[in-house]
Write a protein that binds this ligand. Sequence first.
Ligand code: HEM
Length: 146
Amino acid sequence: QTPFERLGGEQGIRKVVSDAVPCLATDPNIGIFFRGLSADSLERIQVCLTKQLCAAAGGPCTFPTTITYTSPVDGQQRTFTCRPMRAAHQGMVGPDGKGIANDDVDSFKACVQKSMQQNGVPADLQQAVLNILESQRNDVVDDRNK
Ligand code: HEM
């Protein structure tokens, strides 16, 4: 079985991603970034992150890719092209005027891990997913914070 299959396919991954959102939105470190997002942006991130984890875990997805998602605002279908991690995260400005820092990535990973624990994902599989996230640290952390 691939990690993708063990995670319960795209549906299982989406569940883990969705269940991480309350943690992301209330995290003292990075919550402010997520609370400011429109409902549409929040939905897009979830679909894009699901596709990315699907691809990296051996599933039948590609990333970056164009997604179709249902807008939580009006229920209409929209398309959006998920960007590469560097393009999506560099230059973001938080309340302190700075971009994403190393400990922000730690907080992000902690929220995804908490969600995996809640969803009963086995420890070795949790580690595999965390490794996928970790491998993108350099693209996600703002160059100004290095
Ligand atoms: C390894 C860690 C991370 C991964 C894999 C990841 C993944 C993603 C993905 C797939 C998207 C959507 C791409 C797109 O908009 O085209 C996204 C967007 C975003 N990410 Fe991350 N992310 C990570 C870390 C972080 C951290 C630490 C923050 C902290 C604030 C963050 C904040 C955001 C925000 C605010 C957006 C929305 C950007 C927008 O709508 O313009 N991400 N992320």
